[in-house]
Design a protein around this ligand. Sequence first.
Ligand SMILES: [Cu+2]
Length: 346
Amino acid sequence: MRGPPAAFAELNDAWVEAALPARGLKEHRVTYFRVRASSTEQTRTARSWSAGRAVAALAGAAAFLSAAPAFAVVGQPEAWEMTLQPAGSEVMSSIRWFGDFTLVIITLIVILVAGLLAVCIVKFNAKANPTPARTSHNTLIEVIWTVGPILVLVMIAIPSFRLLYQELDLPPADLTLKVTGYQWYWGYEYPDQKYAGIQFDSYMLSDDDRKARMAQYKLDDTQAPRLLTVDNEVVVPVGKNIRVQVTGADVIHSFALPAFGVKIDAIPGRLNETWFKAERPGTYYGQCSELCGTNHAFMPIAIRAVPEDQFEKWAEAAKSDIGKANALLFAMDNGAGATKTVADAQ
Ligand SMILES: [Cu+2]
């Protein structure tokens, strides 16, 4: 039973073996990106692939009826997810609402057009209707099919502009975070005077390092997701407005975090700005979303939202030693970052 996920993992392995040393990367970097799935993991994925396909249609219908599963891990992707990730910020709640709203409109339009088409096929085919009418104008119908679409577009435009405004109009910031995209990792700085000195790079954890962390802090797969867990997470206070300034150091990257509804290009020589407010504690994961070279897929983003007092303790320690700060945070938080809660912020 061989499905695409297993095949992909093999391809991935082959690529890691062949491509990285050929590109002259140092051995320790090579191990950094050695991201093998264990064979049991591969079998499990392969099995759920074919079983999953069978229920995919059913799940699609279910997703149609209820926008989100009853229980969801917030801030990271799940297997066979059919809709957007559950919201972790107000902006994402609005994005999800807008997506559902336009889905309703487009569904009604599809039903209407398909219905009209069916009527034409049944009632007006050459057999059922041998002598066609010669009508070429009908003012009422023409007005309806002009005004109707205009009204639909206005109905979509108003909430769409409101959403754009919400995304682009930065509220007064409680904390500023500067993000720099590198080939292939992220660099973070906290430029506020109060947090001067906090500056670190963030690399994806290799499978071995990830397993070690899971063992050390007794974490499960959702608390240290494969290909998303990093060595140094961004730590922010929960419920505060975070201004994010994004730039690139070499090529264009894109800072994207689905649960916050954030996706903004990291362009060399330019400072882009966006914002988010984490609504509840947890670790939220994202990825670079602009093809930026061979390891584009292996530069994840991890943002841990913690209560303010924990954040202040972390920040104080992070000014001098980021490793120590992380150990402190993990001790306070038991390393359990993932929020396993009902996704109630839809
Ligand atoms: Cu990138």
